[in-house]
Design a protein around this ligand. Structure first.
Ligand code: ASP
Length: 308
C-alpha cells in the first residue's frame, strides 16, 4: 500500500496579516519536523500507530503549538492536557484527559492503549497511572510559556473562553492543537491528537481530542481522522466517527465524507474547525471551515505544508 502521513497544528482564525514571517517560518518548520519524524517510521517499515505517535511527540515538544510544552492554560492558570491515539487495526484506543504530568501526553495515551484494559483515564487517576507506568513527567514550569501566560491573562480578564487562535484566544505568535494520521505499508491506518484544549476552559472541561469518535478515530475499513477546532460541536456530532460512517454506510470517499462533515454538518451547529484524514489506500483529505489550518502532508508522490 502507498504510504501517507498528514499532520496538523490547529485550525482557527489565522489571519495572514497577524502572522509575522518569523512566526510563519517557525510553524512551517515545526510541521516539517513532525512529517520527518513520522515519515522516518513509515519509510523504515514501521506501523502507522508508531508513525502518528512520532509526529505528535515532535509537535508536543515544540512550544509553538498547543500541546505538551506550550499548551494553553485553563481557568486558574493551570495546564490540563488531553490526548488520544487509535489503531485502525482492531480499533484499539487509549486516551487521557485533564492530565497535568506527562511530558508527552500522546505517550501516556499510548500507554493506556497498550498497558490497561481501559480506553480513557482522566484527572488525578491519569496522573497516577502516568507515574506508576514510569513515564517521563514534567512540572508546570516546563509546560507553561510566557506567551501562554499572557494569552491566558488577556482572555481571563474579559471572562473569555476560546480557541487558541480564535477571536478570544487569538494572539499572533501562538498556534494550536496537534494531530497526525497515517497509512502504513500494510494498509493499516492510525490517528493521534494532543492538546491543552481551549484557553480559559473550566477546570475539568474535556474537549473532543480524547473522546474516541469525536476528535480522534481510526478504522482500517474506512479511515483515520484527527480533528481540531471548537471541541464541543465535534463531540455533539461525533465528527470523526461520522466521517467513518459516511464512508462505510453511504459509500463516500474520504475526501467527500470529510468535506461534507466539516463544510456542511459542522457549520449547521455553528461548529468551527477542521480535520485531517487518510484512508487505507493512502488517500488524504484536509478540509477546514476556519480562516486557516496549520497542516502538512507527505505521500510517495508529494509533500507540502500549508496554512491557508
Ligand atoms: N479541539 C480542541 C478542544 O476543543 C481545541 C483545538 O483544536 O484547538 O479542546
Amino acid at each position: 500500500m502507498p504510504l501517507a502521513l498528514v499532520v496538523h497544528g490547529g485550525a482557527g482564525l489565522i489571519r495572514r496579516d497577524s502572522l509575522t514571517p518569523e512566526r510563519e517560518d517557525r510553524c512551517r518548520a515545526g510541521l516539517r519536523a513532525a512529517l520527518d519524524a513520522g515519515w522516518a517510521v513509515l519509510h523504515a517499515g514501521g506501523s502507522a500507530l508508531d508513525a502518528v505517535q512520532a509526529s505528535v511527540v515532535a509537535l508536543e515538544e515544540d512550544p509553538a503549538f498547543n500541546a505538551g510544552r506550550g499548551a494553553v492554560l485553563a481557568a486558574g492558570g493551570t495546564v490540563e492536557l488531553d490526548a488520544a491515539i487509535m489503531d485502525g487495526t482492531g480499533r484499539a484506543a487509549g486516551a487521557i484527559a485533564g492530565a497535568t504530568l506527562p511530558r508527552s501526553p500522546i505517550a501516556a495515551a499510548r500507554a493506556v492503549l497498550s498497558g490497561t484494559p481501559h480506553v480513557l483515564l482522566c484527572g488525578p487517576g491519569a496522573d497516577a497511572f502516568i507515574v506508576d507506568a514510569g513515564l517521563e513527567t514534567a512540572d508546570a514550569s516546563w509546560f507553561e510559556t510566557p506567551e501562554r501566560r499572557a494569552q491566558y491573562e488577556a482572555v481571563a480578564a474579559v471572562g473569555g473562553y476560546g480557541l487558541d487562535h480564535g477571536p478570544l484566544g487569538g494572539k499572533k505568535d501562538v498556534y494550536g492543537t496537534v494531530g497526525a494520521v497515517a497509512c502504513d505499508r500494510g494498509g493499516h491506518v492510525a490517528a493521534a491528537t494532543s492538546t491543552g484544549g481551549m484557553v480559559n476552559k473550566l477546570h475539568g472541561r474535556v474537549g473532543d481530542t480524547p473522546v474516541i469518535g469525536a476528535g480522534t478515530y481510526a478504522w482500517d475499513q474506512t479511515c483515520a481522522v484527527s480533528g481540531t477546532g471548537h471541541g464541543e460541536p465535534f463531540i455533539r456530532l461525533a465528527v470523526a466517527h461520522r466521517i467513518s460512517d459516511l464512508m462505510e454506510l453511504a459509500g463516500l470517499s474520504v475526501a467527500e465524507a470529510a468535506e461534507r462533515v466539516i463544510r456542511v454538518e459542522l457549520p449547521a451547529v455553528a461548529g468551527e474547525g477542521g480535520v485531517i484524514a487518510v484512508d487505507a489506500a493512502g488517500r488524504i483529505a484536509m478540509p477546514f471551515n476556519t480562516g486557516g489550518m496549520f497542516r502538512g502532508w507527505r505521500t510517495e508522490a508529494e509533500t507540502g505544508v500549508q496554512i491557508w
